[in-house]
Design a protein. Structure first.
Length: 59
């Protein structure tokens, strides 16, 4: 019982910490050139996102 309560508290505090520092985490991850390149390649495979990027580039 106590162990499951500790897990639940850890999950709640972990979720709150990730939510609070979400932009710092994203900047840290996307600051890596290989990961950023992979993310851009992945997003360009999605037609909706690709169209928005291309339209913005040529405005």
């Amino acid at each position: 019982m106590m162990q499951s309560m500790n897990r639940l508290l850890f999950l709640i505090f972990g979720t709150l910490a990730i939510y609070r520092f979400r932009y710092k985490i994203v900047n840290l991850v996307l600051g890596q050139p290989e990961i950023r390149r992979y993310f851009i390649q992945l997003s360009m495979r999605i037609p909706f996102l690709r169209d928005r990027f291309v339209n913005r580039a040529f405005q």
